[in-house]
Design a protein around this ligand. Structure first.
Ligand SMILES: [Zn+2]
Length: 199
């Protein structure tokens, strides 16, 4: 590292801290920044500072927003009686892309993970329970990932919400569209059979 000037080394170190970026990639990105014009470099730096300053959590659903209610909570067209619970703001974007869902969301900001020392108190769980307790919600859809931690989180939340007069559902499991039965693992096939429906 000492082959580089100190300021460049510092930049490489910053890139190397980003998730999924190794030492070589960090150097490549830092050299790319050096090749930018002053205006481009300023724009890049401003984007980081501005995103950090302006992006906050929606007071209702905890999704990321530019301040105040997020556009989904603010929209009168979205069904406030249905709430889809997701682990991450990126999951909201994924479900929105389907254009099928017209309800609202609740973003947990993670899943319960004893391995990573993430417990219920580290997530937006109290805010979800308070939201359901306030009434006006008929159905809560658990849309955490179908892996061990996602499953455990969905089960934990379902238990927490049991005392309330609300239907708790889970996203259906199955064979991916365009997939082949012979390549599906046993657990996926079993879940797909369990979740079958009349056509
Ligand atoms: Zn919101």
């Amino acid at each position: 590292m000492e082959y580089f000037p100190a300021a460049l080394e510092k930049l490489v170190e910053q890139f190397a801290r980003l998730p999924g970026i190794g030492g070589k990639s960090a150097q490549r990105l830092a050299f790319h920044v050096l090749s930018l014009t002053d205006a481009e470099a300023q724009e890049f730096a401003d984007a980081i500072v501005e995103a950090k300053k302006k992006v906050t959590c929606c007071p209702v659903c905890r999704n990321l927003t530019d301040g105040g209610l997020c556009p989904i909570c603010a929209s009168p067209k979205r069904d406030e009686r249905v709430v889809c619970v997701v682990a991450d703001a990126r999951d909201v974007a994924a479900i929105e892309r389907s254009r099928e869902y017209t309800g609202r969301y609740h973003v947990l900001h993670g899943v319960i993970s004893p391995m990573n020392h993430i417990g219920p108190d580290d997530l937006e769980i109290t805010s979800l329970v308070e939201r359901v307790a306030a009434g006006g919600i008929d159905e809560v859809i658990m849309a955490t990932n179908p892996d061990t931690e996602g499953e455990a989180t969905a089960m934990y939340l379902a238990r927490l919400l049991r005392p309330f007069d609300v239907k708790v559902t889970r996203l259906a499991y199955g064979i991916p569209v365009g997939g082949h039965l012979e390549f599906a693992d046993d657990a996926t096939l079993m879940r797909a059979l369990e979740g079958r429906r009349e056509i």
